[in-house]
Design a protein around this ligand. Structure first.
Ligand SMILES: [Zn+2]
Length: 97
């Protein structure tokens, strides 16, 4: 392993840790994250940073409910909610044109 590779690797490891912590800190509900998609029940690994990045974790702080959506189901759900005029991201959806 050369220096460049080692650097890239330590950078990647560092990033993993940060992502994990960010999720945990942000949600405070890490243990409550389900391990499958709420819709199609595709398995979700919350320790897999790629999955954490691409899957959508929806938290209802009040009810302490955590739901995960795989990218496919999330896109569908999002489109459906957008069609219904629901504010999915907590911010106004900007429509082009
Ligand atoms: Zn799904």
């Amino acid at each position: 392993m050369n220096r460049k590779q080692r650097r890239a690797m330590s950078k990647a490891l560092k990033k993993t840790k940060v992502d994990h912590n960010a999720l945990e800190t942000k949600l405070g509900l890490f243990d409550m994250i389900p391990d499958d998609c709420v819709i199609c029940h595709a398995p979700f690994d919350k320790t897999n940073k790629e999955m954490v990045k691409t899957w959508n974790v929806a938290v209802r702080q009040k009810e302490k409910i955590v739901r995960v959506y795989c990218p496919t189901c999330w896109t569908k759900t999002r489109n459906l909610l957008n069609d219904l005029g629901v504010d999915v991201d907590g911010k106004q959806t900007k429509r082009k044109n």
